[in-house]
Ligand binder design. Structure first.
Ligand code: UFG
Length: 333
């Protein structure tokens, strides 16, 4: 299937693009490279463009005879969204509207949308299922929920088929260590732990030691990017016009921040410098998803269910290319 992947040169988008190629699909990345990396996708599969430019989206969809869209492009940092909601409403909501309008103009009637655990906000009872109420607490979460509503309304009125994948903690790298996480400004736990291991940072900060969890640090559900890619493929192949699906994407298992640190130390075989710091605003204590619905409905089966395996793949990438795609370009020059 011919697909346009907005944000297709970013961390999750490019992992999906490479996976879809291996699975016999024909994906094209549409990415402004503000966070994405040119070298994360084959050169002949990249259109450089911004989702705030609707005409550029229309042109890309026409030129490549696109049949379905996977919409990854977004600004996606919880702390940044609290400081700068303007940016989040613009890129995430106006950008998504442009994607939908461009789809209407070019008769593309299928979309898989990257949603997030942040649309659920704070809940006591875990794991989170598709039935939990969505009550986001941060602009990142509210803008992504607004996108879900917009897509649903477009779907109802214009016959678009859709799937929402609400990611929990996307993590890991390609098994061969050739592609992985590399953001302009990193805020995620696993890459920051590995940067501290490599000496790119003095230490990793652990945000909070007094959360109501088994060791006082936050619990998250880490899901490997390739398993997320598999979910995207299953969704796009099963979307029907005018019908919607929505799934929580985690492994069903919670891991504390300290457990992630210890697993990384085990994988690497040495101590990683770390310090405790105050809790980060907007963080829920615990976020765990159950992937039962997508497993039952679409036969999704994760390849990486253990945090150690996930960290091993990430470490292979970071150890081989300590400065990410900059190191990779230098190695291939
Ligand atoms: N953490 C640290 N130190 C760091 C970075 C993170 O202790 O330097 C902690 C965080 O407090 C959190 C856990 O590690 O408890 C994971 O943090 P990440 O930043 O890696 O990921 P988040 O859980 O904040 O983010 C994820 C998704 C977002 C989603 C958010 C919902 O990446 O898309 O959950 O809260 F919005």
């Amino acid at each position: 299937m011919k697909m346009l992947l907005t944000g297709g040169a970013g961390y999750v988008g490019s992992a999906c693009l490479r996976y879809l190629i291996r699975e016999g699909h024909d994906p094209i990345a549409f990415d402004d490279l503000s966070e994405g990396n040119r070298d994360a996708v084959p050169a002949d599969r990249l259109v450089v463009g911004d989702i705030l430019d609707k005409d550029a989206l229309v042109n890309a969809m026409r030129e490549h005879n696109i049949e379905a869209v996977m919409h990854f492009a977004a600004v996606a940092s919880v702390p940044e969204s609290i400081k700068d909601p303007d940016l989040y409403w613009k890129v995430n909501v106006v950008g998504t509207k442009n994607v939908l309008d461009a789809m209407r103009e070019t008769d593309v009637d299928r979309i898989v949308f990257s949603s997030t655990a942040a649309t659920f906000g704070f809940h006591e009872n875990m794991p989170i299922t598709e039935e939990h109420e969505q009550r986001p607490e941060t602009p990142y979460g509210t803008t992504k929920l607004a996108d879900e509503w917009m897509i649903k309304e477009y779907a109802r009125a214009y016959g678009i088929g859709y799937a929402f994948l609400r990611y929990f903690n996307a993590s890991g790298a390609d098994d061969d260590g050739e592609n992985g996480e590399d953001r302009r400004s990193e805020s995620h736990l696993i890459p920051l732990i590995l940067y501290a291991a490599l000496g790119r940072r003095d230490h990793v900060k652990i945000f909070g030691s007094d959360w109501p969890t088994r060791d006082g640090t936050c619990v998250r559900d880490y899901i490997h990017v390739e398993d997320l890619a598999q979910a995207h493929k299953l969704c796009v192949e099963n979307i029907k016009p005018g019908v919607g699906r929505h799934y929580c994407m985690g492994n069903g298992d919670g891991t504390t921040v300290l457990e992630v640190l210890h697993a990384a130390q085990d994988v690497i075989g040495r101590e990683i410098p770390h310090e405790f710091a105050p809790p980060r605003p907007g963080d829920p204590a615990t976020l765990i998803a159950t992937p039962e619905k997508i497993t039952k409905e679409l036969g999704w089966k994760p390849k990486y269910t253990d945090i150690r395996q996930i960290i091993e793949t990430a470490w292979r990438w970071h150890e081989r290319y300590p400065e990410g795609y900059t190191s990779k370009a230098a190695a291939n020059a």
